[in-house]
Ligand binder design. Sequence first.
Ligand code: T3D
Length: 264
Amino acid sequence: MAMNPPVVLLDKQAGYTVITLNRPDKLNACTVPLLEGLKAALDSAIADPHCRAILLTGAGRGFCAGQDLNERKPVEGQVADLGASLLEYYNPIILAIRQSDKPVVCAVNGVAAGAGANIALACDIVLAANTATFIQAFARIGLGPDAGGSWLLPRLIGEARARALALLAEPISAVQAQAWGMIWETLESDALMSRAHALARQLATRPVGSCAAIKQAFLASPSNSLIAQLALEADLQRKAGQSEDYRIGVRAFLAGEQPRFVGR
Ligand code: T3D
């Protein structure tokens, strides 16, 4: 009997790990196995000492169409608990991406809808094919925002645009998303993956402590006062300043050489 292909692929490259959502026929819509597979792949990459950056993408013509609505077919006399689904599956994925010390690059190869859009936006550096679109699709099917959208979007593009995107639930192009500062870069489709791999490789050469300090500082920033954030920066910088990579970086600068970080 033919085996079904895994719904999430994990590919270890030198210094970084590629995670690919792999239900291309359904635009990588999220079933329970896909969500479990994505979380397991993230956990595995985060725990892997050889992995210094993560690259997340989708197989086929879509990045991720959000929750697979076949799992939500209305059944007479039954009510799905979407809150439980978010707590069990989606929220841990968003938190794994945001709370990990490792940088996560997202290559949005096509449409990113609903929770699929917000999984992409939770990543640290988001690239998209110029054919890709982002849709806060929730209001189309009677839902409110989830997977961090109501937190991420206003911070990325401002409240006026975030509210309109959520309420209108219309697609915006990757080009528009980049112009609004929602994502980092837009590329021709055939250039997307080579650029994404190049960025992941570049991040894999960065000092691990720097990436950790950057992610921890940005994670805390939205809920901190300036005073608290300055204190956090001082704490993080004290730690970074004691690292071998800092010594290597300064020595290399003074010698006019490229640093070769050891990364601990
Ligand atoms: O439930 C919870 O746990 C709470 C969490 C909720 C989070 C959410 O994400 S809610 C939002 C769910 N997502 C959507 O509402 C988006 C639904 N999809 C679409 O609106 C469209 O498919 C797209 C705009 C994304 C793309 O349109 P298009 O025309 O390029 O493609 P298509 O033909 O609609 O889709 C291609 C196939 O993917 C098609 O299957 P088929 O007919 O070829 O066998 C389509 O049914 C399937 N597909 C796309 N999105 C989903 C899906 N199947 C199941 N669930 C989907 N979300």
